[in-house]
Design a protein around this ligand. Structure first.
Ligand SMILES: [Zn+2]
Length: 300
């Protein structure tokens, strides 16, 4: 396999308002799976959601994180993927473990019936933005296309694929009118034409062809500019400082009663399985009037 795995490439169609991204996740995805044992249907859904989050987050000008969540009320509770503007990703799933067999036999669509899509943009500076919409569509790609159309008024087409080993995806987007109007007038048919061509993509091509070869295969007559590839990687942003803040929210009474009962508080990160242990001294420091900052924590 050529060396395009774990990377994202941006491209645009010259003299049109259309641009896009192609992503391939291999180790990035494998490392997410290392920390959890998922039924195949959830493995695939999480992989598709990871590919989608990289494709969409790379279209944002914002420095920060994008969080995609599929929330459901049945056997599946939550799929969540976080992708930073530097394409560092983490992801996890929550479900009723007693119903794991039922999930394994179910279709993804059944699992998310009556669920919600929650998209959070969390910039490094400034207030977070959150959009919540009912799930509409039959696939994750369709659900996100609908979300982008309804909530952001951006025409988007997505192709996502995950076989449980690696994930890949392609995004086409038309720039909003005020930005792309002049370009669109030059080539009014471009969006339709490019989409008709893109529809011919097979999952095998999406997974196995390098972005350059895929674009040549799909759009041989089009004038495309392909940008340099950007690496993706697994990274969990959890830290003792963040866990401490969460425990402070629980409050001193609650924390002290857990310590009294079990001696320690153990918190496992849902994303990377890292364990954080707080003993009685750590717990006292949480609620000291002056915050206790250890140098080793402040770098996170
Ligand atoms: Zn973690």
């Amino acid at each position: 396999m050529e060396n395009f795995t774990d990377s994202l490439q941006h491209f645009l169609f010259e003299n049109t308002p259309i641009h896009g991204n192609i992503v391939h996740l291999n180790h990035t995805y494998q490392q997410v799976l290392q920390h959890q044992t998922l039924p195949l249907v959830l493995k695939q859904a999480l992989g598709e959601l990871m590919a989608a989050s990289a494709l969409l987050s790379a279209t944002l000008k914002m420095e920060g994180a994008m969080v995609l969540q599929l929330q459901s009320k049945g056997a599946l509770k939550l799929l969540v993927v976080e992708c930073s503007s530097s394409l560092e990703m983490r992801a996890t799933a929550k479900w009723d473990v007693e119903r794991t067999d039922e999930i394994a036999d179910s279709t993804f669509l059944n699992l998310v019936k009556n669920g919600h899509f929650v998209i959070t943009l969390d910039p490094n500076s400034g207030a977070p933005y959150q959009g919540i919409v009912p799930i509409e569509g039959e696939t994750i790609a369709e659900m996100l296309e609908n979300y982008m159309q309804r909530s952001q008024q951006i025409d988007s087409s997505l192709w996502l694929h995950c076989d449980g080993e690696s994930a890949s995806g392609m995004l086409l987007q038309k720039l909003p009118e005020q930005l792309g109007q002049n370009l669109e007038m030059q080539d009014a048919d471009a969006w339709n034409r490019v989409n008709v061509l893109a529809q011919t993509v097979t999952t095998e091509e999406l997974q196995n062809l390098s972005p350059e070869r895929l674009l040549t295969r799909l759009f041989s007559e089009e004038d495309i500019r392909l940008f340099e590839e950007k690496p993706t990687r697994f990274h969990c942003s959890c830290s003792k400082t963040k866990v401490s803040n969460m425990l402070r929210l629980l409050g001193a009474d609650e924390v002290n009663s857990i310590i009294a009962e079990r001696e320690n508080i153990e918190v496992n990160c849902d994303f990377c399985n890292k364990q954080y242990v707080f003993d009685a001294v750590d717990a006292a420091a949480l609620f000291a009037s002056e915050p206790v900052i250890k140098l080793s924590d402040s770098t996170h």
